[in-house]
Design a protein. Structure first.
Length: 165
């Protein structure tokens, strides 16, 4: 698998941007289906791994997973999970690769059927980093609509965020 840097920011096929809190560079965000929803989130200028201090447009929002309703076994109870399209994920603090959280299926009481009731975040990364070694960044995957339709507004909000910091 290729984890190349994404540099095409002015094209229309981006889904958002994240603004490096260390050097302020705008980095393109493209949402892909599959296990690595935003491929690798490393700043194209200073190599910083995206963190909760960086500003991101609404395609992804950093979250504290504890707000999700923690369940035993490092799982979180979520409504409306569509397997393969789980809308949560995490960023490895070491290499910046993003990992989509996976649906966890639970056996229903009746009919002996299973349905997705929880999600579970990735606990380790291809680079060797495990979840308990260093603080990972967790995120919710949102919509690219505002970015596509009101890009000026997105820039303004990013600038405002920077001023407030
Ligand atoms: Zn940077
Ligand atoms: Zn940061
Ligand atoms: Zn990693």
């Amino acid at each position: 698998m290729q984890f190349g840097q994404i540099t095409k920011i002015n094209s229309d096929d981006t889904d958002g941007a994240w603004y490096c809190h260390r050097c302020t560079r705008e980095n393109a965000v493209i949402h892909y289906l599959g296990a690595h929803p935003f491929v690798q989130m490393r700043c194209g200028q200073c190599n910083h791994v995206a963190c909760t201090d960086c500003y991101m447009t609404s395609i992804l929002t950093p979250i504290n997973p504890d707000i999700l309703g923690p369940a035993p076994g490092n799982k979180y109870r979520i409504a409306d999970i569509v397997p393969g399209h789980e809308s949560y994920g995490s960023i490895c603090p070491n290499c910046g690769i993003t990992h989509r959280a996976q649906a966890v299926w639970t056996r229903a009481h009746f009919w002996n059927s299973k349905k997705p009731t929880h999600i579970q975040f990735q606990e380790d990364c291809e680079c060797g980093m495990s979840e308990d070694e260093r603080q990972w960044t967790y995120f919710h995957i949102g919509s690219n609509k505002k970015w596509r339709l009101q890009r000026e507004q997105c820039y303004m909000e990013a600038v405002e965020h920077r001023i407030k910091k």
